[in-house]
Design a protein around this ligand. Structure first.
Ligand SMILES: *Cc1c(COP(=O)(O)O)cnc(C)c1O
Length: 390
């Protein structure tokens, strides 16, 4: 069976040029970048070259890029590190209802520690309500954390406006840009972000490497204690091979974004048109402010999990929302935040495409979906008769 991968928002494959860039660090270049001998120095050179590649891709300076173990650590560090550095007990953090769990649960931890957290609502398309965001800012606000683009429904947030609001009030601004790299232009000067999270495996680097951009002069409390790596802000011997992979991957991701986005969006739109021909299907999220590869649909009278399992039986990999909630019956906090009724949130399916998908695959998935929905509805006591044949 030919398999079709449409779960690129969960992770992507390591591509040949990325693996090729990494290979020396998995073989001959095994020195510790902190070593002062030639082995250490050549490892250090490669690490710093990777840092420069990451910095260039987001219009930052190399000394503002700190490698982490991934997006989750970068989010935790930004949210908690900023709160600890500024707020002290009783400090205030603003975020949104649609953030990744790495941000939301970091905020929950802060609440347990005595901080105050405001979760700003979003509109029906998942766009943060800027009026509410600005109203929430107080004299003790230590941080505003709003993602650049959502991982479930692909909604792109107005980060430049948020950056302006944050700056006007003198509040530190963090954005989780994990889903944005390679899909839309990301520029820390344009967005005004003081802190920005990145994750390698969302753009063809290996899993377990990420970075936090920290604008020069922004104070952040380290989360771990140890050696003086990463300018003494993030201890632990560096994951050199993965950092080098991430450097090469982000260089490729930042090249030709417009052309790639156009191609991917065309595939996604073809998929969307095909799926919307199934009666009682709807697209969740915004049609205009959306990542090119994201499609999130709700199919009435069908459970997302059943859809997912049946697609998998036919070799199609998709997701029923965030990967971390797959397999658990918990409804997506993102879909509930955009006001989706529970029964539609239950029938939600995320298909995330990238430049490696083809029209042939798209047509295959449309045909598979039609067959599966028809069969599942034919067994559903709730589905009206007229929806069972289409
Ligand atoms: C995947 C993802 C993360 C977590 O990144 P990891 O490297 O998997 O820890 C954080 N935020 C968003 C928006 C993501 O999509």
């Amino acid at each position: 069976m030919k398999r079709i991968y449409m779960d690129n928002a969960a992770t992507t494959r390591v591509t040949p040029p990325v693996l090729e860039a990494m290979m020396p660090c998995l073989t001959g270049v095994y020195g510790n970048p902190s070593g002062i001998h030639s082995f250490g120095r050549e490892a250090r050179r490669m690490l710093e070259a990777a840092r420069a590649q990451v910095a260039a891709a987001v219009n930052a300076r190399p000394e503002e890029i700190y490698f982490t173990s991934g997006g989750t650590e970068a989010d935790n560090w930004a949210v908690r590190g900023a709160a600890y550095a500024r707020g002290g007990k009783g400090g205030h953090v603003i975020t949104t209802a649609v953030e990744h769990h790495a941000v939301l649960n970091a905020c929950r931890q802060l609440e347990r520690e005595g901080f105050r957290v405001t979760c700003v609502p979003v509109d029906g398309e998942g766009v943060v309500r800027l009026d509410e965001l600005e109203k929430a800012i107080g004299p003790d606000t230590a941080l505003i954390s709003v993602m650049t683009a959502n991982n479930e429904i692909g909604t792109i947030q107005p980060v430049e406006e948020i950056g302006r609001i944050a700056r006007a009030h003198g509040v530190c601004f963090h954005t989780d840009a994990v889903q944005a790299i390679g899909a839309i232009p990301v520029d820390v000067q344009a967005s005004g972000a003081d802190l920005m999270s990145l994750s390698g495996h969302k753009f063809h680097a290996p899993k377990g490497i990420g970075a936090l951009y920290i604008r020069s002069g922004v104070r952040l409390e380290p989360l771990m204690r140890g050696g003086a790596q990463e300018r003494a802000q993030r201890p632990g011997t560096e994951n050199l091979a993965s950092a080098v992979g991430m450097g090469r991957a982000i260089e490729l991701a930042a090249t030709g974004i417009a052309d790639r986005a156009e191609k991917v969006a065309a595939l996604r739109d073809r998929l969307m048109r095909g799926i919307l021909e199934i009666p009682e299907c709807r697209v969740n999220g915004s049609l205009s402010r959306r990542l090119p590869g994201n499609l999130n649909v709700s199919v009435r009278y069908v459970e997302g999990e059943s859809l997912l399992l049946n697609l998998d039986l036919q070799g199609v990999a998709a997701s029923s929302g965030a990967a971390c909630t797959s397999g658990s019956p918990e409804l997506s906090h993102v879909l509930l935040a955009i006001g989706l009724p529970r029964e539609l949130a239950q029938g939600a399916l995320r298909l995330s495409l990238n430049e490696e998908n083809t029209e042939e695959e798209v047509d295959c998935v449309i045909a598979a979906m039609r067959g599966i929905v028809r069969r599942l509805r034919s067994m559903s006591p709730l589905a009206p008769e007229e929806l069972k044949c289409f």
